[in-house]
Design a protein around this ligand. Sequence first.
Ligand SMILES: [Zn+2]
Length: 213
Amino acid sequence: MGSPGAGKGTLAANLRTLNAEHVSSGDLFRREMKRNTPVGIAIRKTMKRGELVPDHLTLGLMRKWFWGRKSARGFILDGFPRTRIQAVCFDEWMETRGEVLTACVLLELSESETVKRLSQRRICPKDGTVYHLAHNPPRCEGRCDSCGSTLVQREDDIEEVIRRRYAIYERLTRPLADHYANLGLLSVFSAEIPQEELTARIFETFNLAPVPR
Ligand SMILES: [Zn+2]
C-alpha cells in the first residue's frame, strides 16, 4: 500500500527475485484501457478525474486474475486492496483459497513530495519505462532510452489531479493501515529512502532471500 507515486510498482519489481507472482491493479486497469473494453472505458473516465476506480470494477478484474491461479512462492499485490470493501472481499478470497496474508507494507510519502514526484514523471507508452525529469531523465530529451518512443505524461499526473488522488488515498486507503495493524501485519516504511535501500530493508525485515528460478 502507499499513496500515489510512493514507488509501489518499483518496489514490487525489485522483489521479483522472490519469484512470487506479482499483480498490479494499475496494470490491469491500463490493459483494459488499451483494449478499449467497456470496463476500460469506464476506468479511463474515473482515472482522468483522479478518482478511484469503482470497487465492483476493481474487484471484478482482480478476481478474474486470481481465479484458478496458484503460486508456490506466493503473491505480491501492488495497489490492491484500496478500500475497506476491497479488503473485506480479499480476506474472504484468501479464506476460500486456504491462503494467508503474511505482510502488509505501507510506503509513506507526504503530499508535497507526491506532487513533486508525479508532476515530473514521464512514461514510455510502448514499454512502460518510467522517467523523472529531475532524478531519472532520459538521455535524449523526451525520448525513451530503450526504444526511442516519445515520452508521455499520464493524464492523472497533473497537479490538480495528483492532489485529488492524494486526498482520496488519505480518506479511503490510508485507514486500511489500521485494519492490517490490528491483524499484526503492518510494516511502515518511508518512501523517501532510496529504492535500493528500501528493498534491502524489506528483505531484512521479513527475513527474505532471493530464490533461484
Ligand atoms: Zn520505450
